[in-house]
Design a protein around this ligand. Sequence first.
Ligand code: F6R
Length: 360
Amino acid sequence: DKAGYRHFMAKEIAEQPVVFDAALSHYLGADGLPQLPLDFSGFDRIVLVACGTASYACHIAKYWFEQIARIPAEIDVASEFRYRAPVLSPRSLAIFVSQSGETADTLAALRHVRGQVAQVAAVVNVPTSSIAREADIALPIFAGVEVGVASTKAFTCQLSVLAAMALQAALQRGAQSADEIAALAADLRLVPGLINASLTGLEAIAPIARQLAQARDVLFLGRGAMYPLALEAALKLKEISYIHAEAYASGELKHGPIALIDADVPVVVMAPRDALFDKTVSNMQEVMARHGKVLLISDAEGIAEAGAGVWHSLAMPSVAPVWAPILYAIPAQLLAYHTAIAKGTDVDQPRNLAKSVTVE
Ligand code: F6R
């Protein structure tokens, strides 16, 4: 049931303020502190493994575990992880993230680590799934059924659980004080309201997407944890609009991809005003100097400061920088959605894709 929406994807994007909040309420206690059934104090590292969109959630979480909890975190896509002879620590926590809980590569990777790590956790949407059942502990993401093949609400709900895990790791390992963790958790609790505000505030996206639909190639740039979000934004766009899209860490642009830039290549710059903002802006200016068409996604202050001469800009609500990758998933999803609509592709059932990939 699309509940009056034109597509499941639109419905699932719109559900995010509610489902994200539900997931947070489950993992953050009334005292504002994380309350997961996990003890991070003995782990020496964290290994995160998944495929596709779920792997980008892991990639963002790697930044969080390292920044917030000061614990080494390693990521890989499941299809590579198992075959590269990973060196595993018997004191590590392995986290497998999967919406369906049935992805063959992820399940095989989970089976590969069992017995070689201290604990295996599954972050899943389907609590009865194989990945949930075979892990030592399953942490549901509470996204509700996701029908659209392109994952949206599952991604943000995966991030909610991973964020709560990073906060708990920081608390239990003494990386930050309880007050600092409570402040970060309070900022996280603001995100559902900000998602809601951005859903209503982003009407400007449809006309921009109609122009984006003319492009043959689109690049996405981000720094820090916005880099994996840029990867996710590019994946969403290519999956449902069939436009070739790639993402780079902003600082990598000058090491090769800048050769692609000309007046026909839109470059989406995902740049919340964080500590790296000025560096991202200078990368953006390198693009503009080569006549690249920049779509700047930032907050009002960022756009006021750096938006001169850009092709388009989209103003986002201000957000604690650490949680910006969650909020900026919304314009990434909407941009892909409206571009696909403009191209007339099958948004909910893109060609060649299946909701759950149960072959290796
Ligand atoms: C992208 C998408 C896929 C899945 C991937 C993993 O929109 O949906 O990239 O994220 O196939 O699927 P799960 O999370 O079910 O393991």
